[in-house]
Design a protein around this ligand. Structure first.
Ligand code: MTE
Ligand code: HPA
Ligand code: MOS
Length: 808
């Protein structure tokens, strides 16, 4: 890297657990040594999508060897209802069930096999009731999970009337299973005085603590939740680890013995929620040069049977309809519907990808109508001024009162004129997309390759190539402002060794590695002198989920503050021990306090002397993101601390005979600010992108007419494999990209690159368009079947079959 503005952290570029991951020494919940007398708990789900529970009898199950107990709703001593926003989910079903796989009973036994036998022997009877299985049915029935969310500006009708091109249509995006390698798992160990210690695979230890305390009817201080690490989470363990942890806690309380609840892959896929499928309807007007004038969108999220995080996911979807483009006149309406499916939940991007998919479809279709390059139409619409595009005739017409102001106090009309106001009235101060765009097009040799591809397609009747483009702008902060806070606790022992605790959880994303680097930098020690401890609610209380990509932003600041406090406490002592130098002149680097003349005092000696002099060697740090707020009922505010940006140029080759495709090349340029640790960030960009590619291509969830998921294992649900990765894969981080007001100028990276995967749709459309004239109709996910249908339609639309075809 040659970035002159890069962050000062350069100590460790290797994932803190890499050695343990590759040797198998890394412990996940199910690897922990099993405590004596431990039992297993197996949740048993409803077989029907909706029904009344008519009978629940456990006698036959209880008679089996190794079955210790069977728990139903009536066995819950506290509240039976859990849920992250609204407590609307019975931990164990009450009178009615609302989805296949909704937990009805918990079988507790000596082994998983005994529990499975017990589950088979349970006598559960249901009277089936009519179920709502699609978004269309839910809309027709008025089955909503939360109030509408609306955003408005200007006059869309007038804008559409003025438009050179009007495009109307519908977009659906499918669900996605998290397919974390480690399925849901929790181990509950009962302690003295009705306390419980849990080891849980959760992104949100505090929420697990809350759920367990409410289910058991005890104060939160009776519950300790620890997270060793997760074998992947991707949002699937933000809210949905809680029910399995609470079941383990309930079983531990009931039996007085440790209980582990672990789900097999099939059970996990059946019981847990997925990415929300969205259905949307839009009407867009653009001028003759392809610039958006007005956009109307109805965005509908399929939330499944309970509220879970659906309102927040819908909100993030609404916040990302614009993606990186200025929309002068707009009206967006968001709805979350209740259906009788597993309750859908957080998944990397959290509604953002689904919102963006609508805009990208609009721009793709407009480009096809206007005969524009897919990158160029996007460039013309970016936030911010592009002077070459702004003659006076292009001045936006938006009827806004002159004195209207944003919540940040800026003039609305001037921000509209500068094309830098989002649909929710947050300013986009320095949109980095024009810069990223120019740099990426150059890096990937865009123009030359477009020409080569056109030539290839002219020669090749059945294999067609396409070059697609996808920019991303993603808002960073929890959209629920209150969640943007974090804490840390740093302990220094008298030998100088350090224990670092922070509120974030490690799911493979490298958060602990980054926090170690922040801590090492701040104390001037080496990462080898620090241990990052398992996340635990008895070290840092009241944490938010590690989610919204904000783990390092929030916890990094808290770690920095805790470390700085200790460092400043020992600074005068260091100055004294270095022979009375000026305290402010002492530097803390590489495991020593260093005097201006270069003399060194080892950190271990400083710590020991600080202890002997009775200086406190521990400190807590706390951080809350400043200056953010959003008024949902008004559809206005500043929900995000800043935006992360990126872009992808992707080349695919499609077979017109089978509908299969390969990604020949992908060039990604992503903005992570001044990277805290480039190797970790590059891994996140690559992994996020591939996960996004999976969502829009091979990953397809199929349910039968009774609402039963048919794709509940790797044999039927296809996540991307190594062979699906681009043959040429160039990933780069934007340089000279420092961000104000963040930890060492860095930006969040966890989710934004996922949306670069949508670039594959753009590329596929280009390839499909080469089969015949006219606009492409391509469904997401772009499975081989969907691609083949689109190709056939394109070929049938062709006025005359290309000569080459006849020769075949
Ligand atoms: N990377 C790995 N390897 N495993 C994961 O489960 N989750 C993603 C992302 N990257 C995930 C991941 C999601 S959904 C989020 S919100 C962020 O990591 C959370 O971590 P961060 O805030 O520390 O980036
Ligand atoms: N992103 C991710 N997770 C969340 C959010 C969000 O904005 N809000 C609540 N949980
Ligand atoms: Mo990530 S979907 O915010 O856990």
């Amino acid at each position: 890297m040659t970035d002159a503005t890069r962050s000062p952290l350069r100590q460790s570029a290797v994932h803190e657990s890499a050695h343990a991951h590759v040797t198998g020494a890394a412990r996940y919940v199910d690897d922990l040594p099993e405590p004596g007398g431990m039992l297993h708990g197996l949740p048993v789900g409803s077989p029907v999508a909706r029904g009344r529970v008519v009978a629940r009898r456990a006698e036959r199950a209880l008679a089996l060897p190794g079955v210790r107990a069977v728990l139903f709703a009536a066995d819950v001593p506290g509240h039976n209802r859990i849920g992250p926003i609204v407590h609307d989910e019975p931990l164990l079903a009450e009178d009615e069930v609302f989805a296949v796989g909704q937990t009805v009973a918990l079988v507790i036994g000596d082994s998983v096999a005994a529990c499975r036998a017990g589950a088979q022997a349970l006598e559960l009877e249901f009277e089936e009731l009519p179920a709502i299985l699609t978004v269309a049915e839910a809309l027709a029935a008025g089955s909503f999970l939360c109030p509408l969310h609306e955003m408005r500006r200007g006059d869309v009708a007038a804008a559409l009337a003025r438009a050179a091109v009007v495009i109307e249509g519908e977009v659906s995006t499918g669900g996605q299973d998290h397919f974390y390698l480690e399925t849901q798992a929790s181990l509950a160990i009962p302690g003295e005085d009705d306390t419980i210690h849990l080891e849980s695979s959760t992104q949100h230890p505090t929420e697990v603590q809350i759920a367990c305390s409410e289910v058991l009817g005890c104060p939160r201080n009776h519950i300790v939740v620890a997270v060793p690490r997760m074998g992947g989470a991707f949002g699937g363990k933000e809210s949905q680890a809680s029910q399995f942890a609470a079941l383990a806690a309930l079983a531990a309380r009931h039996t007085g013995r440790p209980v582990k609840v672990w789900l097999s892959r099939d059970l996990d896929m059946t019981m847990t929620g997925k990415r929300h499928p969205f259905w949307s309807r839009y009407r867009a007007g653009l001028d003759a040069r392809g610039r958006l004038l007005g956009l109307e969108v109805e965005l509908v999220a399929d939330g499944g049977w309970s509220v879970d995080l659906s309102p927040a996911i819908l909100d993030r979807g609404m916040f990302h309809i614009d993606n990186g483009y200025f929309v002068p006149n707009l009206h967006f309406v968001g709805k979350a519907v209740r259906t009788n499916k597993a309750s859908n939940t957080a998944f990397r991007g959290f509604g953002g990808p689904q919102g963006m998919a609508v805009m990208e479809e609009v721009l793709s279709r407009a480009a096809e109508r206007l005969g524009l390059d897919p990158a160029e139409i996007r460039r013309r619409n970016y936030y911010g001024d592009c002077p070459d595009e702004h003659g006076p005739e292009n001045m936006v017409h938006v009827p806004v009162p002159d004195d209207e102001q944003t919540s940040a106090g800026a003039s609305v009309i001037s921000l509209v004129r500068a094309r830098c106001l989002t649909p929710y009235y947050q300013e986009v101060p320095h949109c980095r997309l024009p810069r990223i765009h120019a740099e990426l097009l150059q890096r990937c040799d865009w123009d030359a390759r477009r020409a080569e591809i056109a030539e290839f397609n002219a020669r090749s009747p059945w294999q067609k190539r396409g070059l697609g483009f996808m920019p991303v702008k993603f808002g960073i902060s929890f959209t629920n402002t209150m969640l943007n806070q974090a804490g840390a606790l740093v302990l220094i022992y008298a030998d100088g060794s350090v224990q670092l605790n922070h509120g974030g959880t490690e799911m493979g994303q490298g958060l602990h590695t980054k926090m170690l680097a922040v801590c090492a930098h701040e104390l001037g020690v080496t990462t080898a002198q620090i241990r990052c401890m398992a996340t635990a609610t008895d070290k840092v209380p009241n944490t938010s989920a590690t989610a919204a990509s904000s783990g390092s932003d929030l916890n990094g600041m808290a770690v920095q503050r805790a470390c700085a406090e200790i460092r400043e406490r020992v600074r005068p002592l260091a100055a004294e021990l270095l022979g009375g130098v000026a305290p402010e002149a002492v530097q803390f680097v590489a495991g020593a306090a260093v005097a201006p003349d270069g003399r060194k005092l080892p950190w271990s000696e400083l710590a020991k002397t600080a202890w002997m002099r009775r200086l406190s060697l521990s400190a807590a740090g706390y951080y809350a993101t400043p200056n953010i707020a959003y008024d949902r009922s008004a559809g206005r505010g500043k929900p995000f601390h800043y935006f992360a940006y990126g872009a992808a140029a992707i080349e695919v080759e499609v077979s017109g005979l089978t509908g299969e495709h390969r990604i020949l090349r992908a060039d990604l340029l992503h903005d992570v600010g001044s990277s805290l640790l480039p190797t970790i960030d590059l891994g996140q960009v690559e992994g996020g992108f591939i996960q996004g590619v999976g969502w829009v291509t091979g990953e397809e969830l199929v349910w039968d007419a009774k609402g039963r998921l048919l794709t509940h294992g790797p044999s039927t649900y296809k996540i991307p494999a190594v062979g699906d990765c681009p043959t040429v894969f160039n990933v780069a981080l934007l340089e000279h990209a420092e961000q104000d007001g963040t930890i060492h100028g860095s930006k969040a990276v966890g989710e934004p690159p996922l949306m670069l995967g949508l670039g594959v749709v753009s590329a596929l459309r280009q390839a499909i368009a080469a089969f015949g004239p006219g606009e492409v109709a391509l469904q997401i996910p772009c499975t081989p079947e969907a691609i083949l249908r689109a190709v056939v339609r394109q070929r049938e639309g062709a006025a005359v079959a290309p000569a080459a075809d006849a020769a075949e």
